[in-house]
Design a protein around this ligand. Structure first.
Ligand SMILES: NC(=O)c1ccc[n+]([C@@H]2O[C@H](COP(=O)([O-])OP(=O)(O)OC[C@H]3O[C@@H](n4cnc5c(N)ncnc54)[C@H](O)[C@@H]3O)[C@@H](O)[C@H]2O)c1
Length: 387
């Protein structure tokens, strides 16, 4: 397995990437902890049952007892209620502080498992085993964990949580073999986003590499997937190392987690309208998060170009790349600009009532613009409005 180190002083850890990683998980945990934990509590996505037995066996082979709970990975189920059930099950198995929690699944499972580990007995070790491309390149790295909160009938995403870095991440590319195509492509949107931001950590070639490797990536060729994940994780690690708790005072000064929201202000506005789809057909709704991000990346490029912060050609380039990934770049049925601006203003990333856009700039970099002109927001929405 190849390895990317996330350097965070005493919270540093490795992200191991490659085929069959789940089969050697027991060894890897022994190596990281320097001892065999008595017990592992496995929190597994109900859709990855095909991979659960291998993980359980690899732990038992190293003398680690395993208890497994399965989660339904939907946003409504990513809740305090589910967290309570998970914590109760952990207590019922008498999990101790020296034991370990393993999260096996996509970002939803990883976020719940990580938060459960952060809370249980004031924090025990978590090993993340992401099984979606999005979770491998993004959610499993960086220590953000949490659940959604229902407030007044609406789901507020990731409203309750904690920073709790894993002790190890094992991204087994074999698990991607069962991932539905649409979910796989949604993960590619985050990789393209990383490529657009690569200059922030000195990797200006990442996007060109993705484009050149796309046929093999889309064919899920194992080596290309491992390369893609390694490069994207190295990018995410670079950002997290510079701003572990998203506290960077001025995100324009250097690596900042705020930059990871490139495309997200547009995407979150789109996601609040679940009937929207790229085609206008109900069958294609709701959009997956990654699909909304893809559309948001085009919107951000167009907004940036309208402010003269990047070349006008960037919008077409981003659209072309995302199209080649099989991702949507327009959305049908958008309301008028005033309604969209109101939705952007309601986004939780808005600080002090100000709309904040992350806009791509030359050199695969980005700039944070607070209260952008209305013309830039309009240009962004015009670029993604279908029909
Ligand atoms: N913590 C972070 O830093 C961070 C970053 C980005 C996103 N997130 C969170 O991640 C979540 C989205 O994650 P996601 O896109 O991985 O979605 P997800 O966890 O919802 O998984 C997507 C779907 O794929 C299924 N699935 C997962 N792995 C599979 C596999 N190998 N084979 C077959 N089916 C599989 C799941 O059951 C689910 O139906 C959101 O809740 C988001 O808030 C967290």
């Amino acid at each position: 397995l190849r390895s990317v180190r996330v350097e965070l002083d005493e919270r540093s850890y490795d992200v191991r990437i490659g085929a069959a990683g789940r089969a050697t998980l027991g060894d890897a945990i022994l190596g990281v902890l320097g001892r065999a934990p008595r017990q592992a509590f496995l929190i597994a996505d109900a859709n990855v049952h095909a991979h659960v037995a291998v993980v359980e066996q690899s732990l038992r082979d190293r003398g680690i007892a395993v208890s497994t709970i399965s989660l339904v990975a939907t946003e409504p189920e990513k809740s305090l209620h589910t967290l309570g059930i998970v914590l109760g099950a952990m207590a019922a198995t008498r999990l101790e502080r020296g034991d370990v929690v393993v999260g096996l699944g996509g970002g939803i499972t990883g976020d719940v498992a990580g938060f459960a580990a952060a809370c249980y007995r004031r924090g025990i070790a978590i090993v993340q085993c992401p099984t979606t491309l999005l979770a491998m390149v993004d959610a499993s790295v960086g220590g953000k964990t949490g659940v959604n909160l229902e407030v007044g009938g609406t789901l507020q995403k990731n409203m309750v949580g904690a920073f709790h870095q894993p002790v190890l991440v094992v991204a087994d590319t074999d698990t991607l073999s069962t991932l539905p195509d649409r979910e796989f492509k949604a993960g590619l949107a985050e990789c393209v986003k990383h490529g657009l931001l690569g200059g922030c950590i000195g990797d200006t070639d990442h996007l060109a590499w993705i484009v050149a490797s796309l046929p093999k990536i889309l064919a899920r060729e194992s080596e290309s997937l491992a390369n893609l994940i390694e490069r994207s994780v190295a990018f995410k690690a670079g950002i997290v190392e510079g701003d572990e708790r998203e506290l960077a005072e001025d995100p324009n000064d250097g690596p900042s987690r705020a930059l990871l929201n490139l495309g997200h202000t547009f995407a979150h506005a789109i996601e609040t309208l679940p009937h929207l789809s790229p085609t206008g057909l109900a069958a294609d709704a709701p959009l997956l998060h990654g699909e909304a991000v893809a559309i948001g990346l085009v919107g951000a490029a167009a907004a940036s170009a309208s402010m003269g912060l990047c070349a006008p050609e960037l919008t077409a380039e981003v659209r072309l790349i995302l199209g080649r990934c099989g991702l949507p770049t327009r959305v049908a049925g958008l309301p008028d600009l005033a309604a969209l601006e109101a939705l952007m203003g309601a986004d939780k990333k808005v600080a002090g009532g100000r709309t904040r856009l992350i806009l791509p700039t030359p050199g695969r970099n980005a700039k944070v613009v607070t209260n952008p002109p209305k013309s830039a927001i309009a240009a962004g929405w015009d670029a993604v409005r279908a029909g």
